[in-house]
Write a protein that binds this ligand. Structure first.
Ligand SMILES: [Zn+2]
Length: 370
């Protein structure tokens, strides 16, 4: 498209949204990858498609040259949604009402992906190149914590100068400059069983060990710091008349910075239980390089219908956690303005599509991270 128009972007977005792609529905995710691949091939991108693993869809990589050589920009998005197949035909059909477009995954994050591709198509149609080489990386399993793609994301991030992530914007159009992390631990306490009446003194209660561990871990919670430790599930013992020999629990924590992640790790290590880390997302904070990218974006969007409404630290995770935690300057939340992610009210404001696409195109033309 020579100039991005709302109608053209919305038509593409509709095709994406009407291709339902919950994470565990690999065929659906792959149909979204087909749509993206077709668009990227049409602008001359070199495509690499890595077959999905463990029941997940494919990973799509597309590379485009820049005006300059050297490490480029990693454009990150995910193709999966949380909405089961049938949501589109049932409670959340694609529809446009009062300037809002509704549909499963439209806000998180099909609109963001479609705008990123529209920005690249816009440059291509004008015979322009991005300033730096660009890699578009579309992920099949982000909503499950990117279990099959984390390593690939981190490997690509290390080769790039910066990452742009097209997850939903914050309220009114805020960009995400830092993210809290998520830490998960599987805990298992082992005791020694004994007849609870006749030989109680011979037993060691695994439930008691775990109970003390729960108090120790949850005691780290500090709401003022947004540090929240939750033992969400616990199971132990086999019979009321036996000293329990085993107890297991899962600890899920919101860790605002690396400091809290480390505090939790140290506390877990000090417990008399076995602990195994589960899927998590490391936190990252705003660095001077992220501040510079944010300022640049705000400058580009100033005076448009949707100026950058400020910055935010996001509580939820994204693939930006992986790039940011590696120290790769990461600007997230460049996607659509809307509301209701992961709900049946999920929608975007259609009026943001052109201004945001222009902002992304502007970043591709000019962004030159240190
Ligand atoms: Zn998302």
């Amino acid at each position: 498209m020579q100039e991005p128009t709302e109608a053209a972007i919305l038509a593409t977005l509709r095709a994406w949204v009407e291709t339902e792609s919950p994470t565990r529905h690999a065929a659906g995710v792959n149909r979204v990858a087909d749509l993206a691949e077709g668009q990227l091939r049409a602008i001359g991108a070199a495509i690499e498609r890595r077959p999905g693993r463990d029941g997940m869809g494919d990973l799509l990589l597309a590379r485009l040259p820049g005006e300059r050589d050297g490490p480029g920009l990693l454009l990150l998005g995910h193709m999966d949604t949380v909405h089961p197949v049938g949501t589109l035909a049932g409670p959340l059909p694609f529809r446009v009402e009062d300037g809002r477009a509704y549909g499963p995954g439209i806000y998180d994050m099909k609109a963001g992906n479609v705008m990123a591709l529209a920005a690249l198509e816009h440059l291509h149609a004008r015979g322009e190149r991005p300033l730096l080489p660009v890699t578009v990386m579309l992920i099949p399993d982000e909503e499950l914590g990117s279990p099959t793609t984390r390593a690939a994301i981190e490997a690509e991030a290390r080769r790039h100068a910066a990452a742009l992530v097209f997850e939903p914007s914050g309220e009114g159009g805020k960009l995400t400059v830092a993210r809290h992390g998520i830490a998960r631990w599987r805990l298992r306490a082992r005791g020694r069983s004994a007849h609870a009446g006749a030989y109680h003194a011979d037993g060691i209660s695994a439930v008691r060990i775990m109970a003390q561990a729960v108090l120790a871990l949850e005691g780290l919670t500090d709401h003022a710091r947004n540090f929240c430790v939750n033992i969400g599930t616990i199971a132990g013992g086999t019979h009321e008349n036996m000293v329990p020999a085993e107890c297991s629990a899962i600890c899920y924590a919101l860790v605002p910075t690396a400091r809290e992640a480390q505090e939790l790790e140290q506390a877990v290590a000090a417990l008399p239980v076995e602990a195994e880390p589960g899927l998590g997302r490391p936190p990252y904070g705003k660095t001077p390089a992220i501040q510079a990218m944010f300022d640049h974006a705000a400058h580009l969007a100033a005076g448009s219908a949707f100026p950058v409404a400020g910055e935010r630290v996001a509580g939820g995770g994204s693939d930006g956690n992986f790039t940011g935690a590696l120290g790769v300057p990461t600007l997230d939340g460049l996607g659509a303005i809307g509301a209701g992610p992961h709900t049946l009210e999920e929608h975007i404001l259609t009026a943001c599509l052109v201004p945001r696409t222009r902002l992304i195109a502007g970043l591709l033309r000019t962004l030159n991270p240190p």
